[in-house]
Design a protein around this ligand. Structure first.
Ligand SMILES: Cc1cc2nc3c(=O)[nH]c(=O)nc-3n(C[C@H](O)[C@H](O)[C@H](O)COP(=O)(O)OP(=O)(O)OC[C@H]3O[C@@H](n4cnc5c(N)ncnc54)[C@H](O)[C@@H]3O)c2cc1C
Length: 417
């Protein structure tokens, strides 16, 4: 097997954008390894529109968005292997992978970009009481069945969880002729984008039941009914049960970054995001191993995945071509007052370019607040936000010069607006 300078694990939007950026920044030998039979990742099953408004200033479907990056990868002559599963990543960056034609093979690249995406939280991780009949799917599995394989998984549907995939599937199942009875959400707010609540639920009169969860699943061979109940302090309130006759339960209860390979390699993971802890260059604790996209933290819009992955590709190129940067001072990034996490979790001002991009999510719904960023006691950024919600990722761009002042940590916080 010919060796390469850069291996990218995963050929979804993150892997594609990272590859394009690395090539444009001078890396010749790049190999994308993708376990699926085509490039594009999860976008291949997202046939609705709404992708690319930021990147291309037009509304594309998921496959159209992916196709633009696949075309760039092909035009730039970047190599990729499909149907190729990466089985192991070692701390010294040895990549072990396998496919039908090459068998088991190893690569020893100078740098690796983790772009494995995420997977959905399954029923087993949700502790829902009741039998285990047929008719319970994750929303993403239902999306694949309907959009790619041509099957309608059910006719009367209850959806648990109001993440974006659940909202999108409420509309898709309705358009395909199924009756979506309700979307139940444990939290007092939706986990999805506001625009998806309006376009996928409100426009189709599908009720969103906040602070509700499934307390029983009926049916032995196939789901015959679902009981939901209102929830207070995480517990169902007796007497609030509502029954729905249905044949299908779709679960849209969160995405988990796919980091088995990272963990085995010794990449430090954030307990909040489940993704690698990275510095301003999106580099993990293993020098030369970078991460981007949903493997790093779950994104709301694919445009931000592409932007972030482009940056990872650039930094990986700098690492390959110029070697490790003398790090200098490292500032940890702390979260306060409702900010749940940030990416990155550390900034080395001497390694930053002109700006450092911070992405984060909040832990609840906040109105009329100000996002403020401090270096030590000095406020270096502030912006008013009328509404902040957990379903929407926030982005802050800091001028790197301001990070070179006095102070031993960066704090991201919410203040009264
Ligand atoms: C089911 C589902 C539906 C979604 N629907 C929407 C939507 O409608 N709209 C929206 O904006 N966002 C949606 N998202 C979010 C979407 O995932 C991101 O916007 C974007 O696709 C993330 O890009 P990515 O490259 O990080 O991950 P992915 O698109 O998931 O790509 C990761 C790639 O890595 C590959 N891979 C993983 N492990 C290995 C391995 N060991 N070896 C080789 N290859 C590997 C996978 O096969 C996959 O192709 C959805 C996510 C999921 C999980």
């Amino acid at each position: 097997m010919k060796n390469v300078d850069l291996v990218i694990i995963g050929g979804g939007p993150a892997g594609l954008a990272a590859a394009v950026a690395a090539r444009k920044n001078g890396v010749q030998d790049i190999l994308i390894l993708e376990r699926d039979s085509e490039l594009g990742g999860i976008l291949n099953q997202c046939i609705h529109n709404g992708f690319g408004l930021h990147t291309f200033k037009e509304e594309l479907t998921g496959p159209e968005y992916a196709a633009r990056f696949i075309a760039q990868v092909q035009e730039l002559g970047i190599e990729y292997k499909l149907n190729t599963m990466v089985l192991d990543l070692a701390a010294d960056k040895t990549v072990t992978a396998m496919n039908k034609s090459d068998g088991l093979f190893q690569l020893h690249p100078k740098a690796v970009i983790l772009a494995m995406g995420c997977r959905e939280r399954p029923r087993g991780a949700l502790n829902i009481p009741g039998y285990r009949p047929a008719g319970i799917f994750t929303a993403g599995t239902a999306q694949r069945l309907v959009n790619m394989e041509g099957y309608l998984p059910g006719r009367r549907v209850v959806i648990l969880g109001s993440g974006d995939i659940g909202l999108i599937m409420a509309r898709r199942m309705t358009l395909e002729g199924a009756k979506v009875l309700c979307v139940a959400e444990l939290m007092p707010y939706s986990g999805g984008l506001k625009r998806n609540i309006v376009q996928c639920l409100d426009d189709f009169d599908i009720p969103l039941k906040l602070s509700h969860t499934v307390v029983d699943i009926q049916g032995k061979e196939r789901v015959t009914g679902i009981t939901i109940a209102q929830v207070e302090n995480g517990k169902p309130i007796p007497g609030t049960e509502e029954h729905y006759d249905c044949d299908t339960l779709l679960l849209s209860c969160g995405l988990l970054p796919e980091n088995e390979l990272s963990r085995a390699a010794g990449v430090a993971l954030s307990p909040i995001t489940g993704g690698p802890s990275v510095n301003e260059s999106l580099e993990t604790n293993i020098p030369g191993v970078f991460a981007a996209g949903n493997v790093l933290h779950v994104h709301d819009l694919v445009d931000y995945v592409s932007e972030e992955a482009g940056a990872a590709g650039e930094h990986a190129a700098a690492y390959i071509l110029k070697g490790e940067h003398a790090a200098g001072r490292t500032l940890p990034v702390r979260c306060e007052n409702g900010v749940r996490y940030t990416v990155p979790t550390a900034i080395r001002p001497d390694c930053a370019g002109d700006t450092v991009t911070l992405r984060f999510r909040v832990g609840g719904v906040y109105k009329n607040k100000k996002i403020a960023v401090y270096l030590g006691d000095t406020c270096i950024f502030s912006r008013r936000r009328p509404v902040l919600a957990p379903g929407e990722m926030e982005t802050v761009r800091l001028k790197a010069d301001l990070l070179r002042g006095a102070g031993d940590a960066v704090t991201v916080t919410l203040e009264e607006g």
